[in-house]
Design a binder for this molecule. Sequence first.
Ligand SMILES: [Zn+2]
Ligand SMILES: [Zn+2]
Length: 363
Amino acid sequence: MNFPATSLTCAGCGGSQVYDPSLGTLSCEFCNTQTEIPLPTQAISAHDYRTTLYTLNDMQKEATATPQKSTQCKKCAASFELPQKDFALRCPYCNTPVMIECIQEITPDAIIPFYINHKDAKERFRIWVGSRWFAPNAFKKYLGESKALIGYYFPYWDYDTQTVTQYRGERGDTYYVSVEKNIIVNGKRQLQTVQEARIAWSYASGTVYAGFDDITVGASHTIKRDRLDAIAPWHTDDLRPFDLKYITGFKAQEYTVELQEGFEIAKDIIAPTIKQKIRADIGGDHQRIHSAQTQYNNIGYKNLLCPVWIASFEWNKKIYQYAINAQTGKIVGERPYSYIKIAFAVIGAMCVVGIIMYFGQGK
Ligand SMILES: [Zn+2]
Ligand SMILES: [Zn+2]
């Protein structure tokens, strides 16, 4: 299926406009003219989760297979296919930023723009890797390549809910009893009174209430779920209404984790807070929770796009994946270790110990 391409062009010279994270403006890649993006005037409100689920259910009855997406670059006129979930990228032939419409049932509501630009992201990444001397040289070389980091807007779900949880459990209160104990003093048996702790368990039940705002869940499968969630938190007080002006020049993707699937993940994220509330409600010195039934009320959701610099690096037949939160600078990923470097370091340390011992014995 062919989709018409959108490319933002400079009014002055007709060059491509890209979003510039350091200035927060549109910038012409050719003549460098900056164009301001007007700040949003209206607040972004959440949608009702259950109403949308009903609507989606109806829609899925008529769902057909997702079409292969293609578009034609406005600049060089080349036609090309887009990866299934991407809706923004650069033309593979002339590098012009190209965007098409979103085709998933739920379109993005809001966006957090890139704050950290490519140069800054690369520098942060270099320092992060450099803080590990054991990283292999190949990794440092890879960082020097300009294509190492890719700027991607990833989809996230943002949920709000008020929960009511009914629980049953037990409260444990510590008390002390005096017991007589035989002890040995100076080789002689003696009877002594000591205090021993005991726990008195009593039945407990009740209801706890909690409110959750802006629980974000990564909705992409491009990078691992733990990475996508680990680069949170996102500062959702800086949401802008969805606008291609923030996207031009970057890649962007639609969600592949469904709305309902995402909420199940959100439940896991909020579960520890509910558990803590139950423990506080039971009180006492110890708590046991036997059962807890949670009702999720007033569920609201937003479909967000969040800015991430990603890199993947293949070394020793293993792929290492990195993600940098382009709003806060938080970096997640596994650091590769060069075992040769580690081996030399260990041998070196052993030599030093050996020399010290040799001279130590000589005295
Ligand atoms: Zn221009
Ligand atoms: Zn092109």
